[in-house]
Design a protein around this ligand. Structure first.
Ligand code: SF4
Ligand code: SF4
Ligand code: SF4
Length: 299
């Protein structure tokens, strides 16, 4: 972590000296098991930059901040952050012209649960691309980046798929009923970038599709619509699950959809260019029809 932190400070210094307006990285939080985003505009503040075991926060979503529009930005991105950044570029949400990216060879990070137990972050145990290889500058040692086997990616999904339909429904009913609809998962997601959300608020003129009734139907509606809106976008950065105050395993929903998209539609997780349409924007006559009579099963 020290190697990464030192390199981060050095690059940030050079960036500011060479005309960048702002550097986005990480700094320590209040406790040793916390890490926060850092927005550095002054050379004097560079020493506050620190990459620690808990620097999970995906920084790419901050590029959407209106106040950063037209600024020259330097940003540090781990493998998962970089995938989210690429999606933002593909969806024309950020202009790469003004952005200098430095990649981090990520060793895999930790998370702390509500009981104070620390463990390897779940998302890191699935991670297949901890190093944003396409970038010119990568800091940290690639040889110590986390290495998982391809089977690790969808282990949780496969466990759920092995359950009978009614068992799966009961599982999700149990989980989703805990939702308090705080919308932290939506708000933190770098790829939930609509400024007015069709499901729940966003501005005072929006016609909310969901009311505040404490009903499973409303919780289910929120989760199912959000999952479909994330189809083809979600990069499994784990931010949504990380912030959920009631510990709903949101990643399993998104990963199930990603798994189906890869299997049924043979679409890449993140396209290298914007010519590949998202699965909800693309239709081919020979598309499989999971769930319909004669369609592929397992979905
Ligand atoms: S998901 Fe991968 S890139 Fe992201 S924090 Fe975990 S190991 Fe690092
Ligand atoms: S963060 Fe958790 S509790 Fe809040 S809306 Fe999302 S799933 Fe529900
Ligand atoms: S839905 Fe969750 S895991 Fe997927 S990109 Fe958004 S925050 Fe990351």
């Amino acid at each position: 972590m020290e190697i990464i932190t030192n390199a981060m400070r050095q690059l940030a210094r050079e960036g500011l000296e060479n005309g960048l307006d702002i550097i986005i990285g990480w700094k320590d939080g209040r406790f040793e098991w916390q890490s926060k985003p850092a927005f550095i505009t002054e050379i004097n503040d560079i020493e506050s930059l620190n990459f620690n075991n808990y620097s999970l926060k995906n920084l790419s979503g901050y590029l959407l901040k209106k106040e950063l529009k037209d600024k020259k930005i330097g940003i540090f991105l781990k493998g998962c952050d970089y995938k989210a950044y690429k999606q933002l570029v593909n969806y024309n949400q950020v202009d790469p012209e003004n952005i200098q990216i430095w990649g981090i060879a990520c060793p895999g990070l930790k998370e702390r649960d509500f009981h104070g137990n620390t463990s390897n972050a779940e998302r890191c145990q699935r991670c297949q691309e901890p190093v944003p290889e396409e970038l010119e500058t990568i800091i940290g040692k690639k040889e110590v980046a986390i290495q998982n086997s391809p089977e690790d990616k969808y282990q949780d999904v496969k466990k759920l798929e092995s359950l009978a339909t009614d068992e799966r429904f009961d599982y999700w009913k149990d989980q989703i009923s805990d939702c308090i609809r705080c919308y932290a998962c939506r708000n933190t997601c770098p790829l939930c970038e609509c400024t007015t959300c069709m499901i729940a608020g966003g501005d005072s003129n929006s016609d909310d599709w969901i009311d505040s009734a404490k009903e499973f139907s409303q919780d289910f509606f929120f989760h199912s619509i959000r999952a479909f809106h994330q189809a083809g976008r979600c990069v499994d950065c784990g931010e949504c699950e990380e912030v959920c105050p009631v510990d709903i395993p949101i990643s399993k929903i998104n990963n199930k959809i990603r798994h189906d998209i890869e299997n049924l539609y043979e679409m890449p997780e993140v396209a290298d260019d914007d010519s590949v349409m998202g699965p909800l924007l693309d239709f081919r006559e020979d598309d499989p029809e999971p769930g319909s009579k004669g369609g592929k099963e397992n979905a």
